[in-house]
Design a protein around this ligand. Structure first.
Ligand code: NAD
Length: 275
């Protein structure tokens, strides 16, 4: 698609690790829609991933930043404004990581140093990003900030672990900072609550295949892909969504409003019969 929805807009995209990353797809679509942007990721991810390939393809600059470091974030926003010779219109925070999940610790047996690390990376980094932009007055009026969330912020998904708490906090920052940034500068802040998606972060959750299949069977439209999510992000960065702020927007093929579906019921009954 190429409707030049983001023509003239400048952005920062966090979190493109490889071509499965949701942020990667957002960068591709933003480029097609006429945006200019800086790509950023943690220094270690820049070494491991393939971001330079994406930068080349989208004609963008890469600036490293560990999103838990306010120093790095300050450097990122200042350098981005130099690159654009002006302020920023959109920011995508596409970052998530839980050490407890990675190391297989259960929710009721967390190692709190790891909990704090995961919270810093997955939630507080969003506040740090927004506060840095605020202090540097780095955003244009009507700029749009998006972070990616998951429905485990509202409902229990047994193995999503401490990431559920991190996503709840992320959505809370969206409301609280959304108020302040909206009131003072007409900047909007939202989260998009995305379907399970096959990416490095997604597949790290225990039992991901089951989550994925169940959500697909339950949702009338089926799971939303990373590509679908990217398209939604583009509309949220565009001027067509100027009065949407402080929201958690479900982008999940209808999953969030379902109780039971024919497919899920049939699979469940068949599994009982097999026992
Ligand atoms: N994949 C899913 O099923 C799914 C569903 C809903 C929401 N999400 C959310 O989407 C977002 C993007 O995840 P993804 O699925 O594209 O996976 P991904 O693994 O491709 O992206 C996660 C990114 O976070 C970056 N990151 C980790 N620590 C960082 C740090 N300290 N500083 C800067 N960046 C750091 C990683 O380098 C990586 O690029 C996450 O917030 C994730 O929780 C994913």
């Amino acid at each position: 698609m190429n409707n030049q929805l983001l023509k003239g807009k400048k952005g920062i995209i966090f979190g493109a690790l490889d071509n499965k990353s949701i942020a990667w797809k957002v960068a591709e679509h933003a480029h097609n829609e006429g945006a200019e942007f800086v790509l950023t990721n943690a220094p270690i991810a820049l070494r491991m991933g393939s971001i330079n390939e994406l930068a080349k393809k989208t004609n963008s600059t890469v600036i490293p930043a560990d999103a838990t470091s306010t120093e790095d974030l300050e450097n990122l926003f200042k350098k981005s404004m130099e690159v654009f010779d002006g302020k920023i219109d959109f920011v995508l925070h596409s970052i998530g990581m839980s050490v407890n999940v990675r190391k297989g610790r259960a929710y009721y047996d967390q190692k709190y140093d790891w909990t704090i690390k995961g919270f810093d990376v997955s939630s507080l980094s969003f506040h740090k990003t927004i506060q840095t932009a605020w202090k540097l007055d780095a955003l244009n009026e009507w700029a749009s900030i998006i972070a990616l969330s998951y429905i485990a912020a509202q409902r229990v998904f047994h193995s999503y672990n401490d990431m559920a708490d991190n996503k709840s906090f992320l959505e809370s920052i969206t409301r609280s900072f959304g108020y302040h940034y909206g009131k003072r500068k007409n900047v909007r802040i939202n989260t998009i609550s995305q379907s399970p998606t096959e990416t490095t972060a997604g597949s790290g959750v225990k039992g991901f295949d089951g989550f994925y299949k169940y959500a697909d069977d339950l949702s009338p439209l089926g799971n939303a892909s990373a590509d679908d999510c990217a398209k939604y992000c583009i509309t949220m960065f565009s001027d067509y969504t100027k009065k949407i702020t402080m929201q958690n927007l479900f982008h999940d093929g209808g999953f969030s409003f379902m109780g039971i579906s024919e497919d899920v019921m049939n699979n469940y009954m068949n599994s009982i019969k097999e026992e």
